[in-house]
Design a protein around this ligand. Sequence first.
Ligand code: ZN
Ligand code: ZN
Length: 358
Amino acid sequence: MKRSNPIRQLQKNLEELKLDAILISHRPNIFYLTGFTGSSAALLVFRHSAVFLTDGRYTEQAAREVKDVRIRWARDGLMPEAASVASKHGARRVAFESRHITHDMYLWLRRALRSKSQLVPCIDWVEELRAVKTSEEVAKIRASLRTVMAAFEETLPVVRPGIRERDLSAELEYRMKRHGAQKVSFDLIVASGPRSALPHGIASERRVRRNEFLVFDLGAILRGYSSDFTRTVYVGRPSARAREIYKTVAESQASAIAGIGAGVPAAQIDYLARNVIERKGYGRNFVHSTGHGIGVEVHEAPLIGTRSTAILRAGQVITVEPGIYIPHFGGVRIEDIVVVGDRGCHNLTETTREFITL
Ligand code: ZN
Ligand code: ZN
């Protein structure tokens, strides 16, 4: 998947909407557009140029990371500096990321621009671009995912009754990092027994027991890109009910993955997953969306859910993660990452989807 420079895309949007500039303030968007990994920056994109602003702590880092964009040291704060640069460029209509700016920042801008310019709220300009990945981005997501899959496979032999969830999460994080991950992309979920019925059961003090489910939902960040991976294993001998639940989730996921391709509504993928679970009578136990886009952030566009209006496009990278959660009994979730193709999709998750019993 090749794409022209994303800053150039924003400049086309500016021209089409007769805007003079857009102020990018959301960190993941700034990273995506410039490669800057620090915590304090803003990017002003004009129709024919762009200015990157950061504070004194980051000027040297910015010089190394940010290419092809002029860098400016914002001595008096990012927003006042952004306003002053916009004014100097004679920008009259300035767009801003209304979902990613605090009320305080907005007031700062308003005051600094005074009546000279109009502020225009914009939503998802960069998120829209981010949703479709280049082949380099797919390679980074795959590399990030591989650290997680390797850590998972190496950690399975350590699982035994009596071990604490938190010991397992520490083991996993250590191994992910040994395989090259920079950090975890979220608090690792290691949820055993009744806690496996919590879709977000962050690893706790609980000790794993015999004859229960154990859900691992893991993610790493590598070269700025996230991964997300879930497998559910069973410690002991699963009951017929446990097997049926696992099989249903696996079939639900397979049904959704088989339906993925460019031009397919995201809501239809959610339906394909949900329908399998509903037909087995567990509809009320599938309490979340089927998946989400992944890239610079763990959760990004497109959402794969009941109310999603997105149409899948080739090059999008999404998760497929149906689950069944039964309070006081346990839960099962299986999550893979796939790349949407012109026809079908390519699954990046190589770990088996068979029911693993330990
Ligand atoms: Zn996950
Ligand atoms: Zn996920």
